[in-house]
Design a protein around this ligand. Structure first.
Ligand code: HEC
Length: 164
């Protein structure tokens, strides 16, 4: 039964990805996740897909996601409970690359440039969705050990080049 559930979750993840590819390949536009919090020039968001976690989250899925989080050594960098270590906290409600299902999937599947490995080659989409369910189920701790990512409004302007 457990085997079936795991396989089934994997299929659901794959089906969602395939469906996403099918819809977005129309007109030669490459598959892309929609980032609703990005500013769009002219107010027009580019063609992209609102990716949602295809796995309905319940306590079993969240517990499975927690086990995968440890098994894949996510906690080795993001700390126990994902509260932050050498990698940023994933449970403080603040995101550098976005906290939507689609943005999280992209972070985990493709990796991110400042030290986040791409897991898409070693984790099934179903396993990634379970980890995302786990991350979203964590409460925001009262003490947040990692730094706030500078937001675009408060970040200091980039240093100007000195003129000779
Ligand atoms: C080798 C250390 C390391 C491991 C292992 C690791 N991460 Fe990361 N992760 C990072 C670092 C460092 C960043 C910040 C990357 C950046 O800012 O470009 C990051 C960023 C992220 C982000 C984006 C955070 C944001 O603010 O947008 C997510 C989501 C994430 N990791 C999830 C995971 C998951 C899930 C796993 C396990 C499957 C994992 N990470 C394993 C180091 C790691």
């Amino acid at each position: 039964m457990k085997q079936y559930v795991v396989r089934c979750a994997w299929c659901v993840g794959l089906a969602a990805l395939l469906a996403a590819c099918e819809r977005s390949s129309a007109g030669g536009v490459p598959v892309s996740v929609r980032y609703p919090d990005h500013v769009a020039a002219g107010g027009n968001q580019p063609p992209a897909i609102e990716v949602k976690n295809p796995i309905a989250s319940d306590s079993t899925i969240v517990a499975d996601g927690g086990k995968i989080f440890s098994a894949m050594n996510c906690d080795g960098c993001h700390g126990g409970g994902a509260t932050g270590w050498v990698g940023p906290s994933l449970v403080d409600g603040r995101w550098r690359y976005g906290g939507t299902d689609g943005a999280l999937f992209e972070s985990i599947f493709y990796g991110r440039p400042r030290g986040m490995p791409a897991y898409g080659g070693v984790m099934s989409p179903g396993a990634i969705w379970k980890v995302i369910a786990y991350i979203h189920a964590q409460p925001i701790p009262s003490v947040v050990p990692t730094q706030v990512w500078p937001s675009t409004e408060t970040a200091p302007p980039p240093p100007r080049k000195q003129r000779p």
